[in-house]
Unconditional design. Structure first.
Length: 182
């Protein structure tokens, strides 16, 4: 029984190893058909796209809409006209409160959706109280007294004390191993 299960297990491992490169090469479901890029900075949400063409009659690129979780259609959201050039169009919303939003961009030229993407706006962090004066040489963590520049006399005395300690330790250990000697 044990020998018959080994080829089955190794066959499954080979099949999984063969499928892994195919799974990694396939585009993810969220990235398919998205012609927009959405980003957030504090309470500002911005969207950029390169998909829309300018209409000749109105001169508009398109419209972007920011929908919160309770809104379901493009018309219900906060709408902003796209501005930009033929290579890149963008729009932004200021003062967006924290929450989850969906951004939809519709091009004016042919009324197609350039893309849809969800984004999470987080609350800005609370400002921290800092000291009114900062150290002149920055934080010196872990250096202790080594930062101070001591003169040659201080270093010489310290070296002599360390040397005397090493000699005294050696003398005590020698005396302990042979108590009859001085």
């Amino acid at each position: 029984m044990r020998n018959s299960q080994l080829p089955i297990r190794s066959g499954l491992a080979v099949a999984a190893a063969a499928a892994l490169p195919l799974a990694l090469a396939a585009p993810s479901a969220s990235a398919v058909g998205t012609g927009i890029s959405v980003s957030t900075s504090g309470s500002t949400v911005s969207v950029t796209t390169t998909v829309c063409n300018q209409t000749s009659s109105s001169g508009m690129w398109g419209t972007a809409s920011l929908l919160n979780s309770r809104q379901s259609s493009f018309a219900q959201g906060r709408q902003v006209a796209l501005a930009g050039t033929t290579s890149r169009q963008s729009a932004a919303w200021q003062g967006v409160s924290p929450g989850t939003y969906t951004v939809i961009v519709i091009c004016s030229f042919d009324n197609t959706t350039a893309g849809t993407q969800s984004i999470i706006v987080t609350a800005p962090s609370t400002p921290t109280i800092s000291a009114t004066s900062s150290p002149s040489r920055g934080v010196m963590g872990g250096l202790g007294g080594a930062v101070r520049d001591y003169g040659p006399v201080t270093l010489g005395v310290g070296g002599a004390l360390v040397g005397a300690g090493v000699i005294a330790t050696g003398w005590c250990l020698r005396r302990r191993s042979k108590p009859y000697r001085l």
